[in-house]
Design a protein around this ligand. Structure first.
Ligand SMILES: [Zn+2]
Length: 173
């Protein structure tokens, strides 16, 4: 049992799962399965339990995560291993942010306040939009948009509330 990690290390692409698993060494190591298109991320569970996680990226074969490689690996939504060790974490620009256990020492990626204006511009005064819709409109990462939108809310420039199990935002001015 090794300690939990807070970083993802990409260890090279693979065509098939066994090949991807062979690439993995330490907790947080991740290998992209690429066959014509991105298929899955295979990851050594970052809590150090020794298990391997498979995160599906291919919407044709079931629930799929969005992934992005800008500034390191990003996955959306969070990864939650409901059986076994129960690890639950966010992968954001190569960082692992733990949900629940271990979250005390979470370290978010650097913040670039320049995104706030784009997020604000993509919000409407009346029509609520969630972070996914805003991120798609301005081609930014959903986690980055979510952080910027919540800062706008804290400053009073935007409002947010929960609608149908997701947080939505409008401009307040
Ligand atoms: Zn684990």
């Amino acid at each position: 049992m090794s300690p939990p990690t807070r970083k993802v290390r990409l260890v090279g692409d693979a065509e098939y799962r066994d090949q991807a698993e062979a690439n993995l060494g330490q907790p947080g190591d991740a290998s992209l399965i690429l066959r014509g298109r991105p298929r899955a991320i295979v990851m050594a569970c970052p809590d150090g339990c020794g298990e391997t996680l498979v995160v599906n990226l291919d919407g044709r074969v079931g629930k799929a995560w969005r992934f992005d490689m800008r500034g390191g690996l990003t996955l959306y939504p969070s990864v939650w291993r409901e059986g076994g060790c129960g690890s639950h974490f966010i992968v954001w620009r190569g960082h692992i942010l733990w949900c629940g256990r271990f979250e005390r020492n979470n370290l978010e990626p650097d913040y670039d306040a320049a995104i706030e204006q784009f997020v604000f511009d993509a919000m409407d005064v009346e029509k609520p939009r969630d972070a996914v819709q805003i991120a798609d409109a301005i081609d930014e990462l959903i986690w980055d948009v979510n952080r910027a939108a919540n800062r706008l809310v804290r400053r009073g420039d935007a409002k947010s509330w929960k609608a149908d199990d997701r947080w939505v935002f409008t401009r307040s001015v």
